[in-house]
Design a protein around this ligand. Structure first.
Ligand SMILES: O=C[C@H](O)[C@H](O)[C@H](O)COP(=O)(O)O
Length: 235
């Protein structure tokens, strides 16, 4: 019973840190902005707070990076648009699975990496929000998500594994996980990612690879919830 309680507390603590970082990021949003809306549980808190500001009169539009984010934005009353209306976004706010000292990222834990990369790359500034557990000395402690075409995924996985990793086809409730784009995700566990940029480039050269979860040189600022405080790291 006490173990159960401790576990619950841990979850709450990490969630609280995510919420603090997320709410801080909303302070950067100004009237009239077009915002890239990232994905994941930290972004959920950002959307919730942004929805409150919209109710108070803030005028913004968001471009969502996943169907789930679009649903939450709708729930919180945040007006949405698409690239037909805005080719350049003022700001994108997103979460991450790992963040290294150069602010390079691993993303895609929730399977939204392709749309996130398109949205984040179109933004003038990318702000990452996270709890402190996401800071790592080197990327690759967790598996790197890579989105691949379903056709011939087995051969694509073989080619990826030849770069020095163990690939696992992502599943959800025993079914193959399908991304918002209708593709598969391979979770690629490397021993050590020594050079994230060259790994990303090597992966992108493989037929069947749609996109990798390595986000290199894109982040302007990271907002970390750390215990009771907020830490901001600039690139
Ligand atoms: O595909 C999912 C995204 O890259 C998320 O931003 C990332 O997994 C972080 O998610 P969370 O805020 O839930 O830890």
């Amino acid at each position: 019973m006490s173990e159960q309680l401790d576990y619950t507390k841990l979850i709450e603590q990490s969630d609280y840190q995510k919420k603090m970082a997320a709410e801080k990021s909303v302070e950067l949003i100004e009237d009239g902005m077009i915002i890239g809306l990232g994905s994941g549980s930290t972004v959920y808190w950002m959307l919730k707070r942004l929805g409150e500001r919209v109710k108070e009169g803030l005028v913004v539009k968001g471009i969502p990076s996943s169907k789930r984010t679009a649903g939450w934005a709708d729930e919180f009353g945040i007006p949405l648009t698409g690239f037909h209306e805005a080719m350049q976004l003022d700001l994108a706010i997103d979460g991450a699975d790992e963040i290294d000292g150069d602010l390079n990222l691993i993303k895609g834990g929730g399977g939204s990496l392709v749309r996130e990369k398109i949205v984040n790359a179109a933004a003038n500034r990318l702000i990452i929000i996270a709890d402190k557990s996401k800071m790592v000395s080197h990327l690759g402690e967790s598996a790197l998500p890579v989105e691949v075409l379903p056709f011939g995924w087995e051969i694509t996985a073989k080619h990826i594994s030849q770069l020095g990793c163990v690939t696992t086809l992502r599943k959800k409730k025993k079914e193959v996980f399908i991304s918002d784009n209708g593709n598969y995700i391979l979770d690629c566990q490397f021993d050590h990612i020594a050079d994230p940029k060259s790994l990303h480039e090597s992966l992108k050269l493989l037929v069947g690879v749609v996109e990798t979860g390595l986000f290199i040189g894109m982040t302007e600022q990271v907002i970390i919830g750390e215990n009771e405080t907020i830490k901001i790291i600039y690139s």
